[in-house]
Design a protein around this ligand. Structure first.
Ligand code: SF4
Length: 493
């Protein structure tokens, strides 16, 4: 048997808690699992950076270097434990469990305190399982745990100069909650042992567990039997309650949903559109929406970065800081839109320059259109908190915003190709035939990650230039897309 079958790591244990099928493939048929998404990799990377910073709070601590040699790492961990040192990433191996503890700190009477570091801004339910797993491994290998703590990001911390780890982190004792979970963890181990004795992957039906607490890496594979327009796309179907009920009755295609099914208004529109194969419109509401638009129309979109460890002074962890905007201006309904944009260059705080430029560009009159406008409004509101000279200007323009998401989130226009989504990425192709396909940067998360990468890490100049050009194209496509949506809707009404 391989090490990975004899000893479950914490990440495999967490996979097993989420889904037996996922665990089985992770251990017995890893090739069947697609590589993690770029988003997941970015989250790992951020977690690693947060973990490194946390080590600064434990002077004198020793790290166990990971050199792809588990036996050596275990041996070094054992030596550090014997020497009663604070240890980072200690490898603890017990029967069937192999835990890597973020921080193990000597306590009184030969016991230890266990500290888990997370890049979240709060303690989550799944963190208790995580720590319980480590307690189980420690106890079984004779390491007495006195107290357990979870160190997470303090979302109220505001950077002022060099990052201060003592203020960036908040530490919460979770001994009682984690210890209470240990018997369950032991039971889970027995269940997982049986799963791993199977020669074939267990059959597990799809459901809410495929996206919670984490989006499963096998989701695309397990879900590929569903028709293109399927009941799992029902808008705001919490916990897939309605979809699962329909699946039990062998109803998978959204066009086959029976009339007696309890549905929200949006979902009813979705089903009717799927049955007819045509878009559904509420002309009165769309006309009322258009009545609120005052020309010239300013179509505004921000791209933002929101790192766990703030990179600019006077910003907080995960604060959405705009680094780029695109602006299309439509002077009258059938005119060609004018375009301007700005993309920050370098590591200085971009907010003041964005405010200065927008103050000139947005004029004194006309509607400012944004898709999901609260996002742009919040980025501006948080920026003027720091650059207070722009506060009175912001007060004046904030009432000029109109949210282009509104007609779609209320399904005043719904096209069956939107597949239950009201996002611009779903609406634009369905309504206008234009899409983001083939673009190097095609969604906001990627724009954020790539900007951070080419701005705050070392990359060759030509790569940096290529990414910046892709960022310009992406943000411009967002605002041009809004113009296209407005002009297409206008033609329809
Ligand atoms: S997609 Fe769902 S059913 Fe498939 S392995 Fe993942 S959690 Fe299990």
């Amino acid at each position: 048997m391989k090490f990975s079958e004899l000893f479950l790591s914490k990440s495999k244990f967490i996979d097993g808690v989420q889904c037996e099928k996922l665990l089985w493939h992770r251990v017995k048929d890893r090739a069947a699992i697609p590589p993690p998404s770029a988003d997941t990799v970015a989250v790992f990377e951020q977690g690693r950076a947060v973990g490194e910073l946390a080590k600064g709070l434990f002077p004198g601590g020793v790290g166990i270097p990971w050199i792809y040699d588990i036996e050596r790492a275990i041996e070094q961990s054992t030596k550090a434990i014997e020497a009663r040192k604070t240890i980072f990433e200690a490898w603890i191996v017990s029967e069937f469990a192999c835990a890597k503890v973020d921080v193990l700190r000597p306590a009184d009477d030969g016991a230890w305190d266990l500290i888990e570091v997370k890049s979240t801004t709060e303690v989550k339910k799944e963190h208790y399982d995580d720590v319980a797993f480590q307690i189980h491994a420690c106890q079984d290998s004779g390491i007495k745990i006195r107290k357990c703590y979870l160190m997470h990001i303090n979302k109220t911390y505001e950077r002022d100069g060099k990052i201060d780890p003592a203020k960036l982190f908040t530490t919460k004792e979770i001994t009682a909650e984690a210890v209470e979970r240990v018997p369950d963890v032991r039971e889970e181990f027995q269940r997982m042992r049986k799963v791993l004795e199977l020669d074939q992957s267990p059959q597990v039906a799809i459901g809410q567990h495929c996206r919670s607490p984490y989006i499963c890496q096998m989701k695309e594979k397990c879900w590929d039997f569903l028709p293109k327009q399927n009941v799992f796309q029902l808008h705001y179907d919490r916990g897939f309650k309605t979809a699962l009920g329909l699946m039990e009755r062998n109803i998978l295609d959204i066009g086959d949903v029976p009339g007696d099914t309890k549905l929200t208004e949006f979902q009813k529109i979705q089903v009717n559109a799927a049955k007819s194969g045509k878009p559904i419109l509420n002309l009165d509401n769309i006309r009322t929406f258009f009545g609120r638009l005052k020309y010239p129309l300013y179509f505004l979109d921000f791209e933002t970065v929101a790192p766990a460890i703030p990179v600019y002074n006077h910003t907080r962890p995960y604060q959405q800081v705009p680094f780029q905007y695109s602006l299309h201006v439509l002077d009258k309904p059938d005119a060609k839109a004018r375009h301007t944009s700005w993309l920050a260059d370098g590591t200085d705080d971009p907010r003041e320059e964005i405010l200065r430029r927008l103050k000139q560009e947005l004029g004194d009159y006309g509607t400012i259109v944004a898709y999901n406008a609260p996002f742009e409004l919040r980025a501006l509101a948080e920026s003027v908190e720091t650059y207070s000279a722009y506060q009175s200007w912001f007060k004046k323009i904030e009432t000029r915003f109109v949210d282009l998401l509104e007609p779609f989130k209320n399904a005043w226009y719904y096209h069956p190709d939107q597949n239950g989504s009201a996002s611009q990425k779903a609406v634009l192709p369905a309504l206008t035939g234009r899409s983001y396909k083939g673009m190097e940067i095609a969604e906001g998360g990627m724009a954020s990650r790539e900007y951070y990468r080419v701005t705050f890490t070392a990359v060759p100049p030509e790569e940096r230039a290529r990414v910046r050009a892709a960022l310009e194209t992406y943000c411009c496509t967002d605002t041009q897309g809004m113009v296209d949506i407005i002009q297409t809707l206008e033609q329809i009404i």
